[in-house]
Ligand binder design. Structure first.
Ligand SMILES: *[C@@H]1O[C@H](CO)[C@@H](O)[C@H](O)[C@H]1NC(C)=O
Ligand SMILES: *[C@@H]1O[C@H](CO)[C@@H](O)[C@H](O)[C@H]1NC(C)=O
Ligand SMILES: *[C@@H]1O[C@H](CO)[C@@H](O)[C@H](O)[C@H]1NC(C)=O
Ligand SMILES: *[C@@H]1O[C@H](CO)[C@@H](O)[C@H](O)[C@H]1NC(C)=O
Ligand SMILES: *[C@@H]1O[C@H](CO)[C@@H](O)[C@H](O)[C@H]1NC(C)=O
Ligand SMILES: *[C@@H]1O[C@H](CO)[C@@H](O)[C@H](O)[C@H]1NC(C)=O
Ligand SMILES: *[C@@H]1O[C@H](CO)[C@@H](O)[C@H](O)[C@H]1NC(C)=O
Ligand SMILES: *[C@@H]1O[C@H](CO)[C@@H](O)[C@H](O)[C@H]1NC(C)=O
Ligand SMILES: *[C@@H]1O[C@H](CO)[C@@H](O)[C@H](O)[C@H]1NC(C)=O
Ligand SMILES: *[C@@H]1O[C@H](CO)[C@@H](O)[C@H](O)[C@H]1NC(C)=O
Ligand SMILES: *[C@@H]1O[C@H](CO)[C@@H](O)[C@H](O)[C@H]1NC(C)=O
Ligand SMILES: *[C@@H]1O[C@H](CO)[C@@H](O)[C@H](O)[C@H]1NC(C)=O
Length: 842
């Protein structure tokens, strides 16, 4: 149990603790903290719940407090009937019940919906919610303090930033999750709601503890069969499991359902039969889920049906659902992600980034009061860096919510650690200067800036059946932080991380510092080695959204263009000579981005089309910045491994090993990214790297230059995802291949890396030997078994990876040999071998 072993001496709880650290508990582990008799006396020993009706969040709060105190301190709370007794007791209630039952005169600051009051004087604790849900949030807050070893006496109230704090799951009815990297759906299988909802219950618990109050359970690319009678009953069961946690569920709808499911000959939103059909469906849903949070609708977007089929506006489409929900108090979230995916790149003025404002600006004020336009943080699509969506500054009489993505679709798919709050904060804290007045995005979505009653947050999360939820233990900091920021966007990214780490890995300061260092460096590093200067993530946008493929951005209708050529790069989005996008911002912001000299370097290629030799504010040329940033980012990623290794013995072995595996993978894949992007642009521009690194790899041996037997050369596409454009594959899919070479490097101790391709659909086996002595062997089973990224069946930037063997003694003249045994469609591919002297990254 790593650092927790010693607590067995104090509490004798080691057995119950021995539950595997498989990640299922998330940050709600309630790990033991040493607490002697006098410490115990300073803790409450009794629990009073007012009005804890079965299934209410008050009852849940009681159960959490009992299990939490028992698990952390072996303290058994006894439930008392002596209502309102304050001594040595935790009281949990709504403010109203408290005032009513306890003749209370305590002054409690004003609470808004879901808010709570927490007062602790050690053994006496008061947890009062504006509602039962708020009381539950207060209980989780108190437990979070205790679980972090914080025994401070406190008295404060806490209120949410915005009423809507939802998560979205993109789960399909067949159980596959679109852009999900943590396994299959916990909600659906074979077109139906699953029988065992235990994981859903635990998910609701995790969400409640970070004060998320809404959960959309199915993909925005929605399937109308969700609305069958059987599935409505299933949704009722999901809601029953979530309700004790104060989490209301909602569903995504398919606009064409009246036709595809209802058998009508139209889905025109103004047609009376369609309106009646939706009203009836909505009423039926509320019979099964009386507290349904509402609907989420993606319409007229990426092939989804919508009101445009009938020449109706998006607001007419949205209001159809909003009105059906009104009698029930439900909310309609309507996505602003509407754009033309068949743009013509030869049109210099064409610009997908302009789409949201073009579609929605003129509809301002036409949406029903319970409708909310859900806007992605940037105008394109969850890229590593985007400017804030200008739509936030163009809707004044319409409710808005921001859409974030916890699932790392374009950002390493949880195989790369990328701690997202610093990215999110570039958006949330951005001041759009509407009417020359402070107009922070966070104040717009809360409703404060434009005096809206409704607004808030949605994040695409996509947890799956994997016990780690997201596929990676350390990716869970993003989900935790999302909840914290949706409640309080001014919370500090680093402090949130400290809390999460203490709850997840314990209070050892070295563990906290190390995880903080790695996480805080992770987004800048990923931006450096994937796509910097505002060019967007240079991932393959046509296939997996995972590994590098800069060419995929251009020459198609998707509009994520870089407009890179031999001499120039970047999108000219100025009003002066470009797409006019800058003009969608309020004047002060428009002026800033219109001109090169006032555009920050990190967005220069987003807004401007410049020569590769253009000098940035930093003094570097664009191309040299690319080269340097990619080297720097990949180098930072290497340090994640050594930093994590300093925690050996301080983190339980199960999670230590799992995290190490991923960080080693990330370190290797960051080199793939670095070389692919640099090779691509070096090839395009012909401008050499001033530091002579690009294309120069003195410690590598290309597989294609080795003596081959049973292996043949293979030209990799895209070329930049193989060193020297070429790899080797076995000549047949059933017999082994051998590649040999004599080493001429100075005798020394090296880390030996082998870059190979781990494709989906095969588990090849490789052996690396020196002078016929085996150095190591490995299997190409990462994507089949251990990684969760979107699959690739090719040799490319997604499947390219590295295995590394540390501290190998090498003499001049040694013979190095790789034997590869193919499996399935995977022909034991090898790109190169690298011998790394101490301190060399390549
Ligand atoms: C208890 O809870 C119910 C349901 O939330 C509420 O109607 C009632 O007013 C509460 N208070 C008392 C004292 O029963
Ligand atoms: C606390 O409760 C647990 C389970 O109910 C019981 O096994 C244990 O003996 C109790 N401990 C104390 C100190 O009362
Ligand atoms: C509340 O106050 C009233 C009047 O002062 C008193 O009759 C009643 O017993 C009190 N109730 C409690 C629960 O203390
Ligand atoms: C919708 O779900 C049904 C039942 O699971 C399935 O047969 C159908 O293929 C799905 N449709 C789409 C477009 O995914
Ligand atoms: C209303 O919806 C229910 C459930 O989907 C369905 O069984 C019923 O036939 C519908 N009624 C009408 C009038 O469409
Ligand atoms: C679509 O609606 C617009 C505005 O209401 C109208 O001018 C136009 O004629 C309509 N087009 C068709 C094909 O109905
Ligand atoms: C805000 O809106 C409310 C109605 O929702 C209105 O009563 C109030 O006057 C508005 N406040 C301002 C400052 O516009
Ligand atoms: C202005 O736009 C044209 C395309 O219309 C483009 O070819 C040219 O490079 C742009 N000029 C500058 C200075 O960016
Ligand atoms: C870029 O690649 C092409 C095709 O492989 C090749 O012909 C060309 O010489 C390369 N250019 C540079 C500068 O390496
Ligand atoms: C690079 O690949 C070509 C074949 O594509 C091969 O002829 C050449 O020897 C390779 N260069 C090295 C250094 O291996
Ligand atoms: C969870 O995923 C990890 C790797 O991502 C894998 O090793 C493990 O088997 C998965 N566990 C479950 C229960 O799915
Ligand atoms: C292996 O190659 C044979 C002959 O080309 C082919 O029939 C077979 O399908 C291949 N097997 C796999 C798994 O690709």
């Amino acid at each position: 149990m790593g650092q927790f072993g010693f607590t067995g001496l104090v509490c004798g709880l080691l057995l119950s603790l021995a539950a595997a650290e498989d990640g299922f508990a998330g940050w709600l582990r309630y790990a033991p903290i040493p607490c002697d008799t006098s410490c115990l006396q300073r803790l409450p020993s009794k629990l009073t719940l007012l009005n804890a009706t079965t299934g209410s969040p008050i009852e849940t709060a009681g159960l959490e407090l009992i299990s939490g105190l028992q698990s952390i301190f072996s303290q058994n709370l006894t439930t008392t009937q002596s209502r309102c007794d304050e001594s040595s007791s935790i009281l949990v209630a709504t403010v109203e019940d408290f005032r009513h039952e306890c003749n209370a005169t305590t002054a409690i600051p004003e609470l808004v919906q879901d808010g709570f009051w927490l007062r602790s004087t050690g053994s006496s604790v008061q947890i009062l919610g504006q509602s039962a849900r708020g009381a539950l949030y207060g209980a989780y807050e108190y437990l979070s303090l205790l679980a972090q070893g914080n025994f401070s006496h406190v008295a404060y109230s806490s209120n949410p930033h915005a009423p809507i704090r939802w998560v979205n799951q993109w789960d399909n009815m067949d159980g596959v999750i679109e852009r999900g990297y943590g396994g299959l759906s916990i909600f659906f299988k074979n077109g139906r709601v699953v029988d065992d909802l235990a994981p859903v219950k635990q998910y609701a618990r995790l969400l409640a503890s970070i004060r998320i109050n809404g959960l959309i359970v199915n993909n925005v690319n929605a399937n109308a069969t969700l609305l069958s009678a059987e599935n409505m009953r299933g949704l009722g069961r999901i809601a029953d499991v979530c309700r004790p946690y104060g989490v209301r569920i909602g569903v995504s709808l398919n606009f064409a359902s009246p036709e595809t499911l209802g058998g009508l000959d139209t889905f025109d939103p103004l047609d009376a039969t369609v309106v009646n059909w939706w009203n009836n469906i909505t009423n039926s849903l509320y019979e099964h889920v009386p507290d349904l949070a509402g609907y989420l609708v993606k319409a007229d977007s990426e092939g989804q049906p919508g009101p445009s089929t009938y020449n109706r506006t998006l607001s007419q489409g949205a209001n159809l659902f909003a009105r059906a929900l009104q009698p029930h108090g439900g909310i309609l979230m309507f996505r602003a992600f509407v754009y033309d995916s068949n743009l013509n790149e030869s049109d210099w003025k064409a610009d997908r980034a302009k789409a949201a404002v073009q579609y929605f600006k003129n509809l301002d004020g036409e949406f029903e009061e319970n409708a909310v336009v859900q806007i992605k943080y940037g105008p394109i699509d969850f890229q590593v860096r985007e400017p804030v969506s200008p739509l936030f500054a163009n809707l004044f009489e319409t409710n808005t919510a921001i859409e974030l993505e916890v699932s790392q679709e374009y950002l390493g798919q949880q195989n790369h650690l990328v701690y997202l709050p610093p990215l999110w904060k570039t958006i949330l804290n951005f001041d759009l200067r509407v009417d020359h007045k402070p107009s922070l995005v966070r104040d717009i979505i809360s409703g404060e800036r434009f005096n809206r009653t409704l607004g808030g947050w949605a994040a695409v999360v996509n947890v799956g059946t994997n016990t780690t939820w997201l596929g990676s233990h350390i990716a869970m900091s993003n989900l935790y932080a999302y909840g914290r920021l949706a409640w309080c966007p001014t919370d500090d990214s680093e402090r949130i991380l400290h809390d999460w780490t203490r709850l997840t890995f314990g209070t050892n300061s070295q563990v906290i510092n190390t995880i903080t260092n790695i996480s805080m460096a992770s987004w800048p590093a990923y931006e450096q080695y994937s796509g910097n200067l505002g060019i967007q993530t240079l991932t393959d946008i046509l296939y997996t959204h995972y590994g590098p493929n800069p060419a995929s951005q251009d020459n198609n209708g998707w509009g994520q263009w870089t407009r890179a050529d031999h001499e120039t790069v970047g999108m000219d989005r100025t009003v002066g000579n470009g797409t006019g996008y800058t003009g969608q911002y309020p004047t002060e912001i428009a002026q800033r981005f219109e001109y090169l000299n006032s555009t920050p370097d990190d967005l220069v290629l987003w807004f401007h089309h410049v020569p590769w030799t253009h000098r940035l504010h930093s003094g570097k040329t664009v191309i040299q910045h690319f080269y340097d940033a990619h080297y720097a980012g990949a180098e930072t990623a290497q340090t994640f491994v050594s930093q994590w290794e300093s925690l050996r013995g301080l983190v339980d072995k199960e999670r230590y090993d799992a995290v190490l595996d991923r960080l080693v993978y990330q370190a290797g894949h960051s080199i793939v990214w670095r070389d692919a992007v640099n090779n691509f642009y070096f090839n395009m521009t012909g401008i050499p790297d001033q530091k002579r690194r690009v294309g120069q790899h003195p410690w590598r041996i290309e597989a294609e230059s080795m003596e081959l037997d049973g292996y043949r050369l293979y030209t990799v596409s895209p070329f930049e995802t193989a060193s020297n454009g070429t790899a080797i594959v076995t000549s047949s899919n059933s017999t082994t291949g051998t590649a040999r070479t004599t080493l001429h490097f100075p005798a020394s101790t090296y880390d030996i890396g082998v870059n190979y391709y781990d494709m989906y659909g095969g588990e090849s086996h490789w052996t690396l030997s020196l002078n016929d002595q085996v150095v190591g062997e490995w299997i190409g089973n990462m994507r089949n078994h251990t990684l969760g990224n979107s699959v690739s069946i090719y040799l490319d930037g997604h499947s390219a990876t590295r295995v590394i063997f540390r501290g190998v003694k090498v003499q001049k003249g040694d013979e190095l040999k790789i034997v590869g045994r193919p499996d399935g469609v995977e022909p034991a591919p090898v790109d190169y071998v690298v011998l790394l002297p101490s301190g060399v990254v390549d």
